[in-house]
Design a protein around this ligand. Structure first.
Ligand SMILES: Cc1cc2nc3c(=O)[nH]c(=O)nc-3n(C[C@H](O)[C@H](O)[C@H](O)COP(=O)(O)O)c2cc1C
Length: 170
């Protein structure tokens, strides 16, 4: 399977990246291909609501920014993993811009998804998990797993082993 991981953190070596790396290691050990795009470091603007994609654009976004690379990744992926730090009970702004830009698709052909979330505090995930499950349901897709980590579990061996196991389970 070709798996696209979208990491919404601006930290290249952050807590979310640690989860992403553990997931990648697990999935690759089972023969899957894992491409990571660290969208948190990219220039990806929010949706303009111009409706170009649903009219003249025929599924293509009018904005030409780093989302082009993400669209290419989505188009060739069998599974997408959303990975993000919690920013005020939601995903990072960068990740939310990416999610909004899925609007260009009628429904993406990708039918498998997973969610990796890192935060400082526990019990801050309800909004993100609700959004994620709504998106997966809207796409008529399957949730393959949700893993959250907060301090002091961030980057802990036990948490990273749990994430690696998710990658191995696919
Ligand atoms: C702008 C901002 C908002 C944050 N909001 C929350 C929050 O609402 N709840 C929480 O538990 N942690 C919050 N955090 C902490 C991060 O979610 C946490 O440190 C996470 O592990 C960072 O992941 P990273 O190292 O991959 O960037 C926030 C951090 C930032 C920078």
């Amino acid at each position: 399977m070709k798996i696209l991981v979208l990491n919404g953190s601006p930290h290249v070596n952050g807590n979310t990246a640690a989860m992403v790396n553990a997931f990648k290691e697990g999935a690759e050990s089972k023969g899957h291909t894992v491409d990571v795009i660290q969208v948190g470091t990219k220039q990806i603007r929010g949706c303009l609501a111009c409706e170009y994609c649903h009219t003249k654009g025929n599924g293509k976004c009018i904005q030409k920014d780093d989302m082009t690379q993400v669209y290419e990744g989505i188009d060739s992926a069998d599974m997408i993993v959303f990975a993000s730090p919690v920013y005020y009970w939601g995903v990072s702004g960068q990740m939310q811009s990416v999610i909004s830009r899925f609007y260009a698709y009628p429904i993406p052909k990708v039918k498998k998804y997973a969610l990796l979330i890192s935060s400082m505090s526990p019990r801050v995930y309800d909004g993100i998990i609700s959004q994620y499950k709504s998106i997966v349901g809207y796409f008529s897709a399957k949730d393959m797993g949700i893993i959250t980590a907060h301090d002091p579990d961030n980057k802990s061996a036990a948490k990273l082993a749990e994430v690696k196991k998710l990658g191995e389970s696919l």
